[in-house]
Design a protein around this ligand. Structure first.
Ligand code: ZN
Ligand code: ZN
Length: 389
């Protein structure tokens, strides 16, 4: 390892306690998407202490930020942080670790700033990954316009240098019927809950004709006020996923048809709530950038796991990957087999295993950012692969 790289790695070791504290503090104070005021505050305070120039509220998103370290004219590398929690189960997606790794990688590069090649390191705070589409807003606001390569990590139960993501579209259905006494005047009512139930039945039938890599899942968000009132209003939200965005929209059209059929059958009126701003794109893989990360990761002696083709999720980092060469390697912070979005994963996200994963990932990510700045042939390969699609 070169002397500069040694300096970067040593900086992570020196900051280890601070990074673990940052991760734990965010974990123990879970904030939902677009409400991550405390987390954004702690991260920007930390980065500003490390010598970054901090802009808060970029792209008109109050809890977003951009922290820049500039050493001259050259490539711009974006290191992304997420820090939103889930409703009811807190940091069960481990975004506290993502935040600490991103800020830590920035800090480690800042520690070697006098010897960094010319360019820009930007640590970008991206709120509301869990359904809110923070990165979609930042993309629209031009935050990634001058970025040459973007990177972040995500917690997982194994080390996986690249994992695909499914595209996702979210859609809401609101049915309006007519209230009536459910015992005395049932024939006067129009049952909006029946329309919701029929939508689920229609979707269940659609499932047989779906490709095995697609996913549809929904919840009832309103189901009526009391059993003795025919529900006059009922609502449901569905998520539709597939490996390609055109097939997601295809399936979405069929799910909307399921709700339309249910409205017709029950005599309800239907309002379809489209959530275009939270459509997440699939991941566009950049093998050169993945390989650069993988090479750095291997110097820390971790055991790599193959890509998990079965347990796929979605993220707004997919949208970033369609615009800028991007990686999101998975970091082992939980025992093998622990599913994300579970209470076990929430507990694991501050365990000793998570500390170990956090520190190794911070080193590997900082070294990869350094490589992209220093190695013009690597950046050319990354750009070539991106252009080739
Ligand atoms: Zn999640
Ligand atoms: Zn997540």
């Amino acid at each position: 390892m070169s002397a500069v790289k040694e300096t970067i790695v040593q900086a992570v070791d020196r900051l280890a306690g601070d990074l673990e504290d940052l991760s734990r503090t965010i974990h123990d104070n879970p904030e939902l998407g677009y409400q991550e005021v405390k987390a954004a505050g702690w991260l920007t305070e930390f980065l500003s202490k490390q010598g970054f120039k901090v802009e808060r509220g970029v792209a008109d998103v109050p809890t977003a930020f951009r922290a820049t370290l500039e050493t001259g004219q050259g490539p711009t590398i974006a290191i992304m942080c997420e820090y939103d929690a889930l409703p009811a189960i807190g940091h069960a997606c481990g975004h506290n670790v993502i935040a600490a790794v991103g800020a830590g990688a920035g800090a480690a590069l800042a520690a070697a700033r006098d010897r960094l090649p010319k360019g820009r390191i930007q640590v970008i705070g991206t709120p509301a990954e869990e359904g809110g589409g923070g990165k979609v807003k930042l993309l629209r606001g031009g935050v990634f316009r001058d970025v040459d390569a973007a990177m972040m990590v995500h917690g997982w139960a194994a080390w996986v240098p690249h994992q695909d993501l499914l595209g996702i579209v979210r859609v809401g259905f609101e049915f309006t019927g007519k209230a009536a006494h459910a015992s005395a005047y049932p024939w006067d009512g129009v049952n909006a809950l029946d329309a919701v139930i029929q939508t689920f039945n229609n979707v269940s039938m659609l499932r047989q004709q779906m490709r095995p890599d697609a996913r549809i899942h929904g919840i009832v968000t309103h189901g009526g006020a009391a059993p003795n009132i025919i529900p006059e209003f009922a609502a449901a939200t569905f998520y539709v996923r597939a490996p390609r965005l055109d097939s997601v929209w295809d399936l979405h059209r069929r799910v909307v048809a399921c709700a339309e059929g249910a409205a017709r059958a029950t005599g309800c009126t239907l309002k379809v709530i489209e959530r275009q701003e939270t459509a997440y794109e699939p991941f566009k893989r950049n093998p050169a950038l993945v390989e650069a990360f993988r090479t750095n990761l291997m110097t820390f002696g971790v055991t790599e796991s193959p890509e998990d083709k079965e347990h796929l999720g979605s993220s707004d980092v997919g949208n970033v990957s369609q615009v800028v060469p991007t990686i999101q390697p998975l970091v082992k912070i939980a025992p093998a087999g622990t599913p994300i979005h579970s209470r076990a994963f929430e507990a694991a996200a501050v365990s000793p295993l998570a500390r170990e994963g956090l520190l190794i990932a911070t080193k590997a990510l900082a070294l990869t950012a350094y490589d992209v700045l220093a190695d013009t042939a690597l950046l050319a390969r990354i750009r070539g692969e991106f252009a080739a699609g």
